[in-house]
Design a protein around this ligand. Structure first.
Ligand code: DAK
Length: 263
């Protein structure tokens, strides 16, 4: 089943078990403004309400994934307004990070500032070779505001994160791969297909098990190892309440292939 919905700045497609949110604000290289954040909230609610969804892809139109938060919207903010803008964007990003299904950032070009931060709150990052990454905020007189100071060190280590954030350096896709900022590189032409291949591979697995694994990893990263192991054990045990666990294991024993229902 295919569906398509167009907001002002976001296009949302669903094909089978995979939904895609494509940011469509090419005049500003897909820079994020308050309206886009509101649209993200609506789009995420749509994704959450469709039980058929197993993977979400986030990408951008043209030559940019997202070139940051919209500087023209931020230029005249006072402290209170900046806090409200930062909190709102951070809430949306956290919602993406905690979405019940895996989210793949398909990075087709610039992923700078808030764009890099958007990629960081996704579960997996696939980038085209032309992509560029960086946190140039200190060159604009601000710190990163959508949690790069928190998520980047967790992903690439404190030393590399500090280097990138303190210097505001822009790195290419190969370096992003080398430091573990992205999972995989492809050509620009193959990006969409490679992203769909990864999404499809995830969508074929038992969805409740995948969702439990996401919750266990996310919760475990925020706690000590003992608590993390307990969290994992509870999710593991929960999987034994599902039809998919019974069918998956029985199919293995009979040397058959199974299709998971998400039940
Ligand atoms: N915001 C607004 N417009 C942008 C933009 C951005 N981030 N990036 C690009 N644009 C616009 C340009 O102004 C230009 O508009 P026109 O002049 O055509 O009207 C159009 O997109 C095309 O850009 P260029 O002509 O510059 O294109 P180039 O290919 O020459 O250069 C570029 C591409 C990505 C290298 C360059 O545009 C650039 O350096 N852009 C800015 C990148 C950047 O600094 N990004 C980080 C933004 S700061 C916080 C919350 C959040 C944040 C911070 C604090 N709190 C409130 C706590 C996050 C901050 C950021 O993300």
């Amino acid at each position: 089943m295919t569906s398509y919905k167009k907001f002002k700045f976001l296009n949302i497609y669903t094909e089978g078990h995979i939904s895609t949110i494509k940011i469509n604000h090419p005049k500003a290289l897909n820079a994020l403004n308050t309206k886009i954040f509101h649209e993200f909230n609506r789009a995420l609610t749509m994704v959450e309400n469709d039980n058929n969804n197993r993977v979400l892809i986030i990408t951008g139109v043209d030559k940019s994934f997202v070139a940051g938060a919209d500087i023209s919207e931020m230029v005249n903010l006072n402290q209170e307004q900046a806090k409200a803008f930062g909190e709102f964007g951070s809430e949306v990003f956290r919602r993406i990070e905690l979405l019940h299904i895996p989210v793949i950032a398909s990075i087709n070009g610039f992923a700078l500032g808030g764009g890099c931060e958007l990629a960081l709150c996704c579960d997996i990052r696939i980038a085209s070779q032309n992509a560029k990454f960086g946190l140039p905020e200190v060159g604009l007189g601000i710190t990163p505001g959508f949690s790069a100071t928190q998520r980047l060190p967790r992903l690439v280590g404190t030393g590399k994160a500090k280097e990138l954030i303190y210097t505001g350096s822009i790195i290419d896709a190969q370096e992003a791969l080398d430091i573990g900022l992205v999972n995989k590189l492809t050509t620009r032409e193959e990006l969409e297909e490679e992203t769909l291949i990864m999404a499809q591979k995830i969508a074929e697995q038992a969805p409740i098990a995948v969702q439990c694994a996401k919750k266990a990893i996310n919760s475990g990263m925020d706690t000590d190892i003992e608590s993390g192991i307990e969290i994992e054990t509870n999710h593991f045990a929960h999987c034994f309440t599902t039809k998919d666990q019974k069918n998956g294991m029985q199919a293995f024993l009979k040397r058959e292939k199974t299709t998971f229902e998400g039940k």
